[in-house]
Write a new protein. Structure first.
Length: 264
């Protein structure tokens, strides 16, 4: 994208999600107006433009693949996009809806809807990368405006974007927040969760619950042992990892280990 005098064409697509990551775009305020002068937003239903099959330089995708229609649509988006970037926990790790992956989804639908045959749903909620090639991923639930701007600015300059893979603990240290696990014995996911949120929860005196997904080289075994030392049982430890980013490989494996301990 760097060096071109033609404004890059950008699309923002929604799959199964809560719209929070799209709102990160809209909440940019004046920065979004500036961004609109630098790129051409050709599809962004939340903001107005509608052209889902447009040829674009960059497609941002929010949400997980959860329906048969999603399977077809993500293939079309990949075909029409030079770069495809999933944003948020749903798009990168299946999201909160992926908690149904370990349950009988058909039974749930039958219990809730009077005509379950009208509901088209896949057996699992899966990340975008499980179905098509992705060029970069932005983690978070939701992602933040500064994250998005950093990626767009990098692409406009023709350089590879970068996401923060440090741990939330580093943000706590930089901001002078006391460690809730050390000072108060509160189980916290900060040691294995990637930074980017500004240590929002520890800054308010509560534990991190892992909404930005696994950090680089996340030592989940060590944290699980620390949790056990703080009195958490195997089921509670499994629940910590099987949350918003349950399908992220590091968290998925840690949850399975905890379940194995629970079932012994």
């Amino acid at each position: 994208m760097g060096g071109s005098t033609v404004r890059p064409r950008v699309a923002v697509h929604k799959f199964s999600s809560c719209d929070g990551c799209q709102l990160a775009f809209l909440n940019l305020g004046e920065s979004l107006l500036d961004l609109a002068q630098r790129v051409e937003l050709v599809h962004f239903a939340e903001a107005g433009p509608l052209d889902p099959d447009a040829e674009v330089d960059v497609a941002f995708v929010e949400g997980s693949v959860s329906t048969p229609e999603d399977l077809d649509r993500i293939q079309r988006i990949r075909t029409h996009s030079r770069l495809l970037i999933p944003i948020g926990a749903c798009a990168t790790a299946g999201g909160i809806q992926a908690l149904r992956n370990d349950a009988d989804g058909a039974q749930w639908v039958a219990q809730i809807y009077s005509h379950p045959e009208a509901i088209a749903s896949l057996a699992h909620s899966t990340p975008i990368a499980a179905h098509v090639k992705v060029d970069f991923e932005l983690w978070g639930c939701p992602v933040s405006g500064p994250q998005i701007l950093q990626v767009v600015n990098a692409l406009l300059l023709g350089v590879a974007p970068h996401d923060n893979v440090d741990k939330v603990c580093t943000e706590c240290k930089r901001r002078g927040y006391p460690c809730v696990m050390v000072s108060r014995g509160v189980p916290c996911m900060g040691p294995v969760t990637r930074a980017g949120c500004g240590a929002l929860c520890p800054g308010l005196g509560r534990d991190c619950y892992g909404c930005y997904g696994p950090a680089e080289n996340a030592n989940t075994d060590s944290l699980s042992a620390q949790f056990r030392g703080l009195g958490l049982g195997a089921a509670a430890i499994e629940q910590r990892f099987r949350s918003i980013n349950s399908q992220a490989p590091a968290f998925f494996a840690a949850a399975d280990k905890a379940r194995a301990g629970r079932d012994e």
